[in-house]
Design a protein around this ligand. Structure first.
Ligand code: DSN
Length: 417
């Protein structure tokens, strides 16, 4: 039960916006690959009195009084995260994944050092060296991409690394549908004497569940968000092992280097999320995400829709719209009108601008949380086809009807007042 009645009495305008968002989430199929729905327990911790508390510093070493419960909850988060990912060091204070990556760069590098990351166009992230991000402004950046088939080419990355001589190699992506071999990345990093940062923001739930290789034994440092496949509150985290003694530097890079007071209500919610992910049901959930993604990509391809790399190993896929003559922007808008939320996304070697793009990115983590299964993926593939291939008003209306049937069959928030 979520009750906003007191908020509605105090501030009807904000309450109305929240109601609009609840209605939108209820009535749409959420297919943005980086989004998910948190449990009531996570939401409850997020809305707790910890939002009132300043706790600059770390458990046992704070700059404010009254931190005894903040210490308990941050230690719970740290201990559970260590157990979940099998790491010996964790910092749960980063406000987001970007801050986690920036802190690692701040801890390990000096301005002007060279970093090697996956290019944004190939599926990398802004904080991996994009010129518009602080990582691209403060460091000298070299990029790797994907081969013609859309896969990471480890031999090519080694070649680039030998030329660029980076001090830090970043692996991990925001729009890469295939498995990543972290062991190979570490071998490349060792060959050029670089640090390896693995950013598992997208796949951390799949890693925690054992469905994908864990980077923890290979990367010097691993970062993640907590709100994507891990299904926790919006936030970031940094992990490492004892073999790599950077913890002190990274703690200092987060606070006081980059952030002030930790968001203790978010850290409480992270503790709840890690606790949920430690339960056996989470392994089933993670496998279901992958099964749904593979069922969806197969059903799209059966309908003549091109899925980049011919499928997926994880929770997301890139649909290449170029053969259909519809842009990513147009597809995103039309799908939204039919009740399907997704985002336009560049396909590697896309010639259209970033605000138009030749593709869309689809994810199944939120759908899976909602309870949809592989049989429903056929219905969704058909609805998508009606919108982006058939493109008539009748087809869009039929897609909308199919979406409504699914959203009503799998209600999300039934008790919101
Ligand atoms: N904005 C996230 C995504 O959609 O993948 C990455 O930070």
């Amino acid at each position: 039960m979520y009750s906003y009645s007191k908020l509605a009495a105090a501030d009807p305008e904000v309450a109305a916006a929240i109601k609009g968002e609840v209605d939108r989430e209820n009535s749409h199929l959420e297919m943005i690959a980086s989004e998910n729905f948190v449990s009531e327990a996570v939401m409850s911790a997020l809305g707790s009195q910890f939002t009132n508390k300043y706790a600059e510093g770390y458990p046992g070493d704070r700059y404010y009084g009254g931190c005894q419960y903040a210490d308990i909850v941050e230690n719970l988060a740290r201990d559970r995260a260590k157990e979940l990912f099998g790491c010996e060091y964790v910092n749960v204070q980063p406000h987001a994944g970007s801050q986690a990556n920036t802190a690692v760069q701040f801890a390990l590098l000096k301005p002007g050092d060279t970093i090697l990351g996956m290019s944004l166009d190939a599926g990398g992230h802004l904080s991996h060296g994009c010129v518009a991000n602080i990582s691209g402004r403060y460091f000298n950046v070299a990029n790797y991409g994907v081969n013609e088939d859309g896969y990471i080419d480890y031999d090519e990355i080694l070649k680039i690394a030998k030329e660029a001589r980076p001090k830090l190699i970043i692996c991990g992506a925001s729009a890469y549908p295939r498995k990543i071999d972290f062991k190979k990345f570490r071998e490349i990093a060792d060959e050029v004497d670089a640090f390896l940062l693995a950013d598992i923001a997208h796949i951390s739930g799949l890693v925690a569940a054992g469905c994908h290789m864990s980077p923890i034994p290979y990367a010097h440092v691993t970062t993640s968000t907590t709100h994507k496949t891990l299904r926790g509150p919006r936030g970031g985290m940094i992990m490492s092992t004892n073999d790599f003694a950077v913890d002190h530097k990274i703690d200092k890079a987060i606070f006081p280097g980059l952030q002030g007071g930790p968001l203790m209500h978010v850290i409480a919610a992270k503790a709840v999320c890690y606790g949920e992910a430690l339960k056996p049901e989470f392994k089933v959930y993670a496998q279901n995400i992958i099964d749904n993604a593979q069922a969806l990509s197969g059903n799209l391809m059966d309908r003549g829709i091109k899925v980049f790399t011919g499928g997926t190993d994880n929770h997301l896929m890139l649909v290449d719209l170029r053969p259909l003559g519809i842009s990513g922007k147009e597809a995103e808008d039309k799908l939204d009108e039919a009740g399907i939320t997704c985002n336009k996304n560049a396909i590697p070697n896309d010639t259209s601008s970033r605000s138009v793009t030749g593709g869309i990115r689809l994810g199944t983590a939120a759908l899976t949380t909602r309870g949809l299964g592989t049989a429903d993926m056929e219905t969704i593939a058909e609805a998508i086809k009606l919108v982006i291939v058939d493109r008539t008003t009748e087809a869009k209306n039929e897609a909308k009807r199919m979406v409504t049937e699914l959203t009503e069959r799998y209600p999300l928030y039934e008790n919101v007042e």
